[in-house]
Design a protein around this ligand. Sequence first.
Ligand SMILES: [Mn+2]
Length: 400
Amino acid sequence: MSILEKAMAYVRRKAEEFLPKLRELSPSQVVVVHHDDADGLCAGAVASKALENLGLAPSRVCLEKMIPEAVEKIHSMEGGLIVYCDIGSPHGDMIAKLNHGRNLVVILDHHDPTPGDDPLVIDVNLEYAGFRGEEEFSGATCAYLFAKALSRENIELAPLALVGSMEIPAGFKGINAEVLEEALKEGFVESRGKKLFIKSLGVHVEELFSKLQVLGPVGYYSGGPELGVMSCLEGVSEEFWRRVEELEARRKEANRKLLAMLYRGRLKQEKYIQWFDSGDVYKGMGTKVVGTFCSFLSYQRRLVKPDKYIMGFMEMPRLIPGLGELPKEYTKVSVRVPRELQRMVDEGGRPTAVKLLEEGCRGFGLADGHAYAASAILERSRELELVRKADGFVEEFKEA
Ligand SMILES: [Mn+2]
């Protein structure tokens, strides 16, 4: 059995679990909840199309992060169908808890899953079948396989699995390698030089990926995700290129402005942390931009200390597009670990970025991430408290 056949056998079982429940429920409301990056937009497009092909009419909500208040709002309906794309698996327990048996839920994701205990929550994540979500499949691939299990006609969505999978640094491996083979064999994509051309959309896989990476996150509060999903389904228009260019220019200008502010003394120094508040520099843009800026900053050796954590804050608008207002005001914080500090983290002398944030905002925020990069959403105006707690935690960690 090929890798793809093995993966399909697992996903088919999940589809067979889903379809009778769907028939029994016949949901009045169907919501696709998807992440804001290229993989999330592609996965959201695939799931939307697959649901439409089942005769359903999904609406969409794009989430930058699994904010509990937002998830609670989504699950407050009853007797509906909610499909998570490229987001959700790590919080399977929270989803189950907040869903409370009210709606049928499908999760199409590739991040490390945490199981919940609601039988109406079906997590299709292939990590549960022994595949590796960091290397072998993306959120869009998971959505594609599920779509194909629902109906063979969805095979034409294969190129979107490839676009989403471009986020995986290892290239097309495992399941993804075989999806690529399938897309080439079916004639949906064509090898042109070193690139892959998607015939139905009139754009290269690589190009669509890099533009969606701007459109979704930077354009989060200005209709970017919806334009991205529509472009995945109907092809790229003049407006698509224009919007991407405009967003890129706006972000570039904002980054330039913020960098100048930091050189003028806005980068504050604690014992182990150097941090800044981006003020209203990124107003109107999605909160991912502050994380991208922190990554860029970690290479600015003239400005940053190589042995201190970099921490950047950005206010989050209260309104979640397509969902409504959150009950409280929040701030997004991003952390990056510069090269020299990375070595100290590896040797166990300093906490990881995600640990730093977990400890820093315990009780008033939710962190996630990895060793060198992490982010959190915290209650507004508790930023300073987080900085102090995190700095104190490093001191304790070091001595322990
Ligand atoms: Mn992804």
